[in-house]
Design a protein around this ligand. Structure first.
Ligand SMILES: *Cc1c(COP(=O)(O)O)cnc(C)c1O
Length: 404
């Protein structure tokens, strides 16, 4: 039986200290102790439930972390100021000098740049491979490898990782499988498929209102304790701490995630089917033509669908740019990076969010410059949206006018 994480959202129960239906927001950077001994014990990590200093933890951040851990089915979680704050702390916690990472080559541009350009400063190297080729993954593992890293659904090509098989490989070679689940919250629960650490950029679907950046690391209590360790924890020492006010506001937005994901997925599936029927090169995991459609189905919680992300390829960058400008002009959405907003967002990944990846590598992985990435919005009338989009495409010659 598949674990159904979202069914827990309405069960989460945190009260404010005066019985408020929302927990009170913690508004302190530091905390008093009744005795000096307790302060010492807290530094030693021996005083559960005591707060010390808000870079370490705060009540609001713990509430949000616990809610996200319940969603992902992990023991606990640590929230961070951004998705990159979560990713960089996890990788630096798990890897030291001479260690090696086997990573999917189709990942978020910032993650790619961190592994490729920044981690070598610490003498940590990364092999970028096609994550859908399990033989290639295993062949890339060396005696220095510590981590297999992937995104459940990759950015921007929407490749799907076989998390169960990757976790078997990780166990066989005694590695940690770290999965960025930003594109598929609720639809896929990587922990239940064997992932050791699950990361999200909360900036995207989970917060869903494009008003903040945020991140989370979901994992075992031991691993989260390591991250927060005052002597050698990356989350404590690098300082990627989320502000309490933000944690409180993201927790409130999280409560509607299950409804939003259903609408994002429903709208995206509708448009993907139409675009494909129109003869456009369309990539969406919910289409039978997607190479990993069956794999996604085998991992998913059906209630939440195949997610809100799709891509089309309109042949070249000039057409892609003209189409995005026209769609924005018609108020169909915004020409903007990021995802998970109530409005549709579109961008050309080759020149924006994946521009950190060198052109030759973009070509090798199939990232063409006519590609447009869509984060489909919460539109109430998606047929109307489609008919306006279609007119934009006809105007630019992307589609031939329909015969009526
Ligand atoms: C946006 C994004 C990130 C980075 O998150 P920030 O909150 O912008 O730091 C990481 N992974 C994926 C898949 C993303 O889409």
């Amino acid at each position: 039986m598949t674990f159904k994480p979202a069914n827990n959202i309405q069960d989460l129960q945190y009260f404010g200290e005066f019985g408020g239906v929302n927990p009170s927001i913690s508004d302190s950077s530091t905390y008093t102790f009744l005795s000096a001994k307790t302060m010492f014990d807290t530094f030693e990590g021996n005083a559960d439930g005591c707060y010390l200093y808000s870079r370490h933890s705060s009540p609001s951040n713990l509430y949000l972390g616990e809610a996200l851990a319940a969603m992902e089915g992990t023991e606990t979680a640590n929230v961070t100021a951004s998705g990159m704050g979560a990713i960089t702390s996890v990788l630096l916690q798990l890897c030291g000098s001479e260690d090696h990472i086997v990573s999917s080559r189709t990942i978020y541009g910032g993650t790619y740049a961190f592994m490729k350009n920044f981690m070598p400063r610490f003498n940590i190297s990364t092999s970028f491979i096609d994550i859908t080729d399990l033989n290639a993954v295993e062949a890339a593992i060396t005696k220095h490898t510590k981590v297999i890293y992937c995104e459940s659904v990759s950015n921007p090509l929407l490749e799907v990782a076989d998390i169960k098989s990757l976790s078997q490989l990780a166990k066989k070679h005694n590695l940690k499988l770290v999965v960025d689940n930003t594109f598929s919250p609720l639809s896929i629960a990587p922990k239940t498929l064997g992932a050791d650490v699950v990361i999200h950029s909360l900036t995207k679907f989970i917060n869903g209102s494009s008003d903040t950046v945020g991140g989370v690391v979901c994992g075992t209590q031991d691993f989260i304790n390591d991250l927060r360790n005052v002597n050698n924890g990356a989350a404590m020492l690098l300082g990627p701490t989320m502000d309490s006010l933000r944690a409180a506001s993201i927790l409130k937005n999280l409560r509607t995630l299950h409804i939003r994901m259903q609408q994002h997925s429903k709208n995206a599936l509708f448009l993907a089917r139409k675009f494909e029927a129109n003869g456009l090169k369309t990539v969406y995991p919910g289409l039978e033509s997607h190479p990993s459609h069956e794999l996604f189905k085998s991992m998913m919680n059906e209630t939440y669908g195949f997610g809100g992300m799709l891509t089309i390829d309109v042949g070249n960058l000039d057409t892609a740019n003209a189409l995005m400008e026209l769609m924005q002009h018609k108020n169909l959405g915004y020409l903007a990076v990021s995802l998970g907003f109530y409005k549709t967002l579109f961008s050309a990944p080759g020149t924006s969010t994946s521009s950190e990846i060198p052109i030759e590598e973009q070509q090798k992985m199939g990232l063409s410059n006519g590609l447009i990435r869509f984060s489909i919005g919460l539109d109430a009338d998606i047929e109307r949206t489609y008919s306006i989009m279609r007119k934009c495409m006809e105007e630019l010659g992307v589609l031939q006018p329909s015969m009526v």
